[in-house]
Design a protein around this ligand. Structure first.
Ligand code: AMP
Ligand code: MG
Length: 324
């Protein structure tokens, strides 16, 4: 069957559908799964050829490491040769949830996952459907699902099943529709292998939350200085719509620019988001996708304040606006 003719199986959150999804994963197929962050493009993390299919479908450069999703902290420990005190503390505090821990890999982790690195990124997702898939998958197979965002490399992440279908419906074996993702942006990544532990990617779990959890250990985490990322794939243009993205700190400056566009007859769409940063995060990628679909010359976006998840939104928007 050629790619065009290939039909993506559309599944729901029923016992039979979850069983079908797990069967496909076990036989090395690709299944898009909902998570609380964004939709993931899932494959058996212990199967090299299945993992290779992720790179092909996404057109993701080889060597960009993937996050492994597991059922619980016990399972996470088996994928690390040094699941240290920081990892134990953060995993216990935030899993299941939108936090990814970078730890030393164990021999169970294949090279295709880490791009040959000695570290592995692990997460226990909270979405009910993803949890069911992981639980069922661990009954019959590895219980480890590699799942980057289910979109073409470099483009805007998907937060609904429709987003996934429109980007990759013809490239995947199945998708489970789990509704709109509650968080809406990718997980926070904490590197637990360094001292101090370091946030490599901003997300819903902020530095303050991480440090509150670490208090009993006496360890204080830090965040990476902007632009100096040790997590591959972080520095480049990313999360980018086709139209140019222009960012504004205030509504006034956005409206002034929009007026100029009106005068010069430049087609634009403006996004002013939500006061509540959590709502803004949930809607962000839908807003960018909807704006892009109108094929404007530019998308004008109001930056949220750098509080709570606002910091992560700003990070994604700066990458969306980077030259590409
Ligand atoms: P995602 O594309 O959301 O699945 O996130 C994957 C990102 O996690 C990668 O682009 C890296 O930035 C980071 N990451 C995953 N595994 C590793 C690793 N072993 N070492 C460093 N960064 C990693
Ligand atoms: Mg991605």
């Amino acid at each position: 069957m050629n790619d065009e003719a290939r039909q993506c199986l559309q599944l729901q959150n029923s016992v039979t559908d979850i069983a079908k999804a797990v069967e496909i994963l076990s036989s090395g197929g690709l299944v898009a799964v909902p998570s609380e962050t964004v939709y993931g493009l899932g494959a058996d993390a212990t199967n090299s050829s299945a993992v290779q299919k992720i790179f092909t479908a996404k057109k993701r450069p080889a060597g960009h490491p993937l996050i492994i999703h597991v059922t619980n902290i016990e399972s996470a420990r088996t994928f690390s040769s040094d699941f240290n005190e920081v990892a134990e503390t953060l995993g216990s505090a935030f899993w299941p949830g939108p936090l990814t821990l970078l730890v030393k890999r164990s021999s169970k982790v294949i090279d295709e996952i880490t791009g040959g690195r000695e570290t592995v990124a692990l997460r226990v997702p909270a979405h009910e459907t993803f949890q069911k898939v992981l639980a069922a998958f661990s009954q019959i197979a590895s219980g480890a699902i590699a799942a980057p965002s289910a979109n073409l490399y470099g483009s805007v992440s998907p937060t609904t099943a429709e987003h996934v279908l429109s980007d990759m419906g013809h490239l995947i074996d199945a998708i489970i529709d789990g509704g709109q993702c509650a968080v809406g942006i990718e997980s926070t990544i904490v590197d637990c292998t360094v001292n101090p532990p370091t946030i490599l990617r901003q997300g819903a779990i902020t530095l303050d939350l991480v440090n509150a959890a670490l208090t009993p250990t006496g360890v204080i985490a830090t965040e990476e200085i902007n632009g100096d990322s040790r997590a591959p794939g972080m520095k480049l243009s990313h999360y980018a719509p086709r139209a140019g993205v222009k960012l504004f700190e205030t509504k006034d400056s956005l409206f002034a620019y929009a007026n100029q566009c009106d005068v010069n007859k430049v087609p634009y769409v403006s996004i002013t988001g939500h006061e509540d940063p959590k709502l803004y995060a949930r809607e962000l990628y839908s807003l960018l996708r909807d704006a892009d679909a109108l094929q404007p010359h530019e998308i004008l976006v109001l930056l949220p304040e750098s509080t709570d998840i606002g910091k992560a939104i700003r990070d994604r928007l700066f990458k969306a606006a980077a030259p590409h």
